[in-house]
Design a protein around this ligand. Structure first.
Ligand code: SF4
Length: 197
């Protein structure tokens, strides 16, 4: 975005008619968000609404995002887990993800751009020079955190998943003969039920 084409934005908050920030396809969460929630003591309240998304094609990346839920008034549409439909607001506004704080301004490593033309706050208000500088700094920070998260997640996932496999292998080795027999019975019963279906 060039300085000639000034970014102008004012969040309409609960008066928003399109709810575009809440219903965008996914709401990114960064390791920086997790770290802030930990420091602020909010992690336990928020973590339940965060999910790990695994890539479903070669171009996709592993990412953290907020979980989704269907809208009560339109079950064909999903929204962010933290969207509160009755009040048309965010349940964690006090500490929402950085991608929500910078929305709809985004930075892609080269330029700034408006990520969602459906946001009715775009063009609503003149942004002061100081506010524009702060918005750009936040968008740059969001970009850095996003990149850092995308590169760190596969490694973290391997470590955690590897530890879980190791723990379950150790648990299997420590099983008593009696428990092992019980487990074998349960497994063969499950297989029998599957082949009967
Ligand atoms: S975390 Fe809050 S502000 Fe962000 S999309 Fe979800 S409901 Fe909206």
């Amino acid at each position: 975005m060039s300085d000639k084409k000034k970014y102008s934005f004012k969040c309409l908050e609960q008066k928003c008619t399109t709810r575009s920030c809440h219903i965008r396809p996914y709401v990114n969460v960064t390791i920086g968000d997790i770290s802030r929630w930990t420091t602020q003591g909010h992690l336990q309240n928020i973590l339940n609404g965060v999910a790990l998304s695994l890539p479903d094609n070669e171009k996709d990346t592993m990412r953290l995002e907020t979980r989704r839920k269907p809208l009560e008034k339109d079950d064909q549409q999903t929204a962010c887990f933290f969207y509160h439909e009755d009040s048309n607001g965010c349940l964690i506004r006090y500490s929402r993800p950085i991608s929500c704080r910078t929305y709809p301004l985004e930075f892609n490593g080269e330029k700034f751009y408006v990520s969602d033309k459906n946001c009715p706050g775009v063009g609503e208000d003149e942004v002061t020079k100081e506010a524009l500088r702060e918005a750009k700094e936040l968008a740059e920070q969001e970009f850095e955190e996003r990149v850092e998260t995308v590169s760190a997640l596969p490694g973290l996932y391997s470590i955690i998943f590897g530890q879980m496999l190791q723990q379950s292998a150790e648990a299997m080795q420590n099983l008593s003969e009696e428990d092992r027999k019980k487990l074998d019975e349960i497994m063969s019963k499950d297989k029998q039920e599957e082949s009967d279906e």
